[in-house]
Design a protein around this ligand. Structure first.
Ligand code: CO8
Length: 253
């Protein structure tokens, strides 16, 4: 890997964006490496994924130098969205650990994750408008769903950068950490790893399905997924352990 680092420990994978000399700007080579690492995450039966930036920043957006001379067809093919969609659809929780800047395609990557854990110096924004373009990797779609239309319009039309406390107030992140946000994400990931992977996957699927649909369709899907969990050993173990007043030992089966 030229642009990313990959580690795997205690069933938790960590992907580090490693271009600190350009504030971890995302180029097409990096995104294609990310695509390969997602295969690895799936094959290695990882239970949680943490995505972090090397050095002081998460990622200051897509690589502007690489995009400068693209024509419309090439710009469409630049294609970060298919990889971000794969991250969103992973059957495990995904954490974005954000120190410093998460801008443009960097913030859009974080939006495809389940959790955004920020350091107090985090700065989040979609500044594409200042470059004569708009967010093109989910920003106009995922951001309004997360923080509401008005605030999303404000971020996208003005290209303003918001600080960590504002992000927390707006629901753009889940936690702001005084100390090390990566430690916080790891500690959250470890707690989820103890849970039933079947139940976590089912819950994630159900949330992701419902977010884009009407309530009745979402509820119908939830009922099916909920029922299916009763075919797992984890459900039997979870309820038996409760009854026997002990900690459950989930196997993911
Ligand atoms: N692309 C390329 N290089 C970058 C980028 C970037 N996004 N961001 C920073 N760099 C480089 C700088 O050019 C500089 O390089 P050098 O040392 O060779 O001059 C180095 O990183 C350090 O940056 P600065 O000196 O600018 O650092 P500052 O602390 O002064 O400023 C900022 C930090 C404010 C973050 C500033 O670097 C900046 O404004 N960066 C650009 C932010 C931006 O506009 N991001 C959005 C990009 S567009 C985008 O993400 C579209 C996504 C859609 C993709 C989907 C396609 C389908």
């Amino acid at each position: 890997m030229k642009y990313l680092k990959y580690e795997f420990e205690n069933q938790i994978a960590t992907i580090t964006i490693n271009r600190p000399e350009v504030l971890n700007a995302l180029n097409s080579g990096l995104v294609s490496e990310l695509d390969s690492l997602i295969d690895r995450v799936i094959e290695s039966r990882t239970r949680a994924l943490v995505i972090v930036g090397e050095g002081k920043n998460f990622a200051a957006g897509a690589d502007i130098v690489e995009m400068m001379d693209l024509n419309p067809a090439q710009a469409r093919d630049f294609g970060f969205s298919p990889v971000y969609d794969r991250i969103e659809a992973l059957p495990i929780p995904v954490f974005a650990v954000i120190r410093g800047f998460a801008l443009g395609g960097g913030l859009e990557l974080a939006l495809a994750c389940d959790f955004r854990i920020l350091s107090t110096d985090a700065k989040l924004g979609l500044p594409e408008i200042k470059l004569g373009i708009m967010p093109g990797a989910g920003g106009t779609q995922r951001l309004p769903k997360l923080i509401g239309l008005g605030r999303a319009r404000e971020m996208i039309f003005f290209g303003n950068i918001v600080d960590a406390q504002t992000a927390l107030t707006w629901g753009l992140c889940e936690r702001v950490v005084d100390g090390d946000p990566e430690e916080e994400a790891m500690s959250m990931a470890k707690k989820i790893v103890e849970k039933s992977p079947c139940a976590v996957e089912a819950a994630k699927k159900s949330i992701n399905y419902g977010i884009d649909r009407d309530l009745a369709s979402g509820l119908a899907y939830e009922a099916v997924v909920w029922g299916d969990l009763f075919s797992t050993s984890d459900q039997k173990e979870g309820m038996k352990a409760f009854h026997e007043k002990r900690k459950p030992q989930f196997t993911g089966k």
